[in-house]
Design a protein around this ligand. Structure first.
Ligand code: TNX
Length: 487
């Protein structure tokens, strides 16, 4: 990043926009700047923008609906005048001495444009107190739209619990890099983090600890809904994951009847995986799962519900398939499209089931076969997108089972072609994962996601121009904007 007087160039934005054309003269926000809108739909976005700009600039920045007051010097946000080929998430932006114009077809695009504007301002704009800075935005024209409609980020709140404020902070980070799905891993052996009315012990007994034995926690329904709405206001859709039939120690600790031997499992504060399962032979298991899916679906406006399905090591294939054959249709019945980790393919689920690929390598014939049958694939290869992997032997608070994962590793792969035999047309998009066995605090989260999360956000958004990896040059926009290259 440059000195105080050096402006951020249009092509320094992360993710790098599809098309930029710079001019010499930009726009400076002053005490006379107004924010113009024409549609009520744009009002919420204008409020978010004003809320960001007011503290650091100290300016009033009134939002004016429908007017072209004065010479209309200022920022204008409008849902017309965007080229149709920027689609529902893209935008067009023009900056000249009289103002900044952002145009989009849908509010998601307007919001994306505002995130671009945010990065084009001096970094001091993020300050909560008034700064004396010249608030100049570089001049020029941007036409921008995503390569993949889906750009996800996962967060494990089960191994270590993160409360509403921490997750809101995470959402804010995602929004800045135009990530539009937040996958919350809500349940695992070490904790059940979401209130379910019909099964209250899940949170009365199954939520009070986490890895290492420290206090855990859970979201009440109201808190979960608050989070979902907070994300929605930032054009991020929450995908809840209830991991089943394995990774269910917290449920098995809460209800004796869910265990095959009828005994409650002891509390789990370790980091083993694969040694728990719901009892697939008991009818009560399916009543339980149906109730959970129903209640989670009811409080989730987004179209997806993730059923996990990974690492059910203590089940036979037949038992696993029996379980998935009953559970996947339940998700569909409750109006959601199912997603499962790629092991779910073993059960031959209907093609509507989206599969999330997570192994480190490129060779995954079952995933290639599923793609040919019509399954959509979310691409999260552990060797690239697992942000709980350490950067190198010195840096990181995570693990290394998929290898150390440098910034370059995270940045130099192609989500569209990573898995052998899968065409880009089957790829929904990339998704980062942050497992939290060893990630304990918000500081830990930030250390692990920056700058690898922006790197993968760029792979999801920006056009594929060059062979994978060549984006990571010394003049890389990512490097310029988010620094850190030694990890
Ligand atoms: C594998 S990825 C898991 C998680 C662990 C993670 C740690 C996946 C579907 N299962 O249970 O937390 O590795 O990196």
């Amino acid at each position: 990043m440059g000195g105080a007087n050096e402006k951020t160039r249009l092509e320094d934005v992360v993710p790098v926009p599809a098309e930029t054309k710079s001019t010499d003269t930009g726009y400076t926000i002053t005490e006379n700047t107004v924010i113009n809108i024409r549609d009520e739909v744009a009002a919420g976005i204008a409020e978010l923008l004003a809320g960001l700009l007011r503290p650091a600039t100290g300016y009033e920045l009134p939002i004016i609906n429908g007017s072209t007051r004065g010479s209309s010097s200022g920022i204008s946000l409008r849902l017309d005048g965007a080229p149709s080929d920027v689609g529902e998430q893209g935008y067009r932006m023009q900056v000249n001495p009289s103002g900044v114009k952002i145009r989009a077809n849908k509010s998601a695009g307007l919001f994306a444009g505002v995130q671009t504007l945010r990065q084009l301002l001096p970094p001091a704009i993020e300050s909560e107190t008034e700064q004396s800075v010249e608030w100049t935005v570089s001049g020029g024209h941007i036409r921008d739209y995503p390569r993949f409609d889906y750009r996800g980020a996962h967060l494990d709140v089960a191994r270590h619990f993160f409360g509403v404020d921490a997750v809101k902070q995470y959402v804010d980070y995602l929004a800045q890099y135009k990530v539009n799905y937040l996958h919350l891993h809500l349940t695992d052996d070490q904790g059940w983090r979401i209130e379910i009315d019909r099964w209250p012990n899940l949170t009365d007994e199954g939520a009070d600890s986490e890895v290492g034995g420290t206090a855990g926690g859970y979201y009440t329904k109201e808190e979960y809904i608050e989070l979902v709405e907070y994300a929605q206001d930032r054009f991020i859709t929450v995908i809840p994951e209830i991991d089943m039939p394995g990774h269910t120690g917290a449920a098995l600790e809460s209800y004796a009847e869910l265990n095959c031997d009828g005994e409650k499992r002891p509390e789990d504060t370790g980091v083993n995986v694969g040694d728990t399962s719901l009892c697939v032979d008991k009818e009560v298991t399916y009543e339980f799962v149906n109730d959970v899916i129903k209640e989670v679906a009811e409080m989730t406006p987004g179209p997806y519900l993730h059923v996990g399905g990974d690492e059910a090591h203590i089940l036979s294939d037949e038992e696993y398939n029996t379980f998935m054959d009953r559970v996947i249709p339940m998700v569909l019945e409750h109006g959601k499209q199912p997603i499962g980790w790629h092991q779910v393919l073993g059960a031959n689920p209907p093609t509507k089931t989206i599969t999330q690929y997570w192994y480190p390598g490129r060779d995954a014939p079952e995933v290639a076969a599923a793609a040919k049958e019509g399954h959509e694939i979310i691409s999260s290869p552990a060797s690239r997108a697992y942000l709980d992997m350490n950067y190198n032997d010195q840096d990181g608070v995570g693990q290394d089972w998929a290898g150390n994962t440098s910034v370059k590793d995270s940045y130099s792969w192609d989500p569209g072609t990573f898995v052998d035999g899968v065409n880009e047309s089957s790829i929904k998009g990339p998704e980062t994962a942050l497992w939290t066995e060893f990630v304990e605090t918000v500081d830990d989260i930030e250390y692990m996601i920056f700058p690898r999360l922006p790197a993968i956000a760029e792979l999801g958004w920006s056009p594929k121009k060059k062979p994978p990896g060549s984006n990571f040059g010394s003049a890389s926009p990512l490097k310029a904007r988010v620094g850190i290259s030694k990890r």
